[in-house]
Ligand binder design. Structure first.
Ligand code: CTP
Ligand code: ZN
Length: 152
């Protein structure tokens, strides 16, 4: 008989669990969601085994629920993330993230001559491909692709 399955990170009573984050992008997700500025309990685990991702990370944020618009901001760095909404220890809803149509801030324009790279201008992109993320800069119209994607 196998040992009973155990949670690597304890269950939470209420809040949001973000699962299936690529381990290498855990801190980017924390930064994008501004988790370093919220004062409820947050626990996370990283380098956990995942069949799909190799190594994954998971974040559990107690007593906090996000707007879809905010959560979709992590799609650039955690496209396979799964959200679990927890109430009274039960998973009451599961959601997946979706790449938004526009990205404001978050990413850097790969064009070194772009105004956003030498003046204090917030980057702004139109998402021209959601599958293999490609972002078209609102200012210089150059395309930043997945391989060139850098988070600000
Ligand atoms: N979870 C939690 N606190 C709870 C209930 C669930 O932290 N009170 C976490 C679990 O640890 C898991 C995630 O929420 O990481 C989803 O829970 P559940 O749906 O029960 O697990 P799975 O069926 O394994 O989820 P998946 O859809 O990812 O297969
Ligand atoms: Zn640009």
């Amino acid at each position: 008989m196998k040992e009973p399955k155990q949670l690597s990170v304890s269950a939470i009573e209420n809040g949001t669990v973000i699962d299936h984050i690529p381990a290498k992008n855990l801190f980017k997700v924390i930064q994008i969601l501004g988790l370093d500025h919220i004062d409820t309990q947050i626990t996370f685990g990283t380098n956990l085994e995942s069949k799909k991702l190799g190594k994954k990370a998971i974040i559990k944020i107690s007593d906090k629920y996000f707007e879809d618009e905010d959560i979709n901001r992590i799609a650039l760095v955690a496209p396979d993330a799964k959200l679990n909404i927890i109430k009274d220890y039960e998973v009451i809803e599961k959601k997946i993230v979706e790449v938004p149509d526009t990205i404001v801030g978050i990413a850097k324009c790969m064009n070194p001559k772009c105004i956003t790279n030498f003046e204090k201008v917030t980057t702004r992109f139109k998402v021209v491909s959601k599958k293999n993320v490609a972002l078209k800069c609102h200012y210089c119209e150059k395309i930043t692709s997945q391989e060139n994607l850098q988070i600000v």
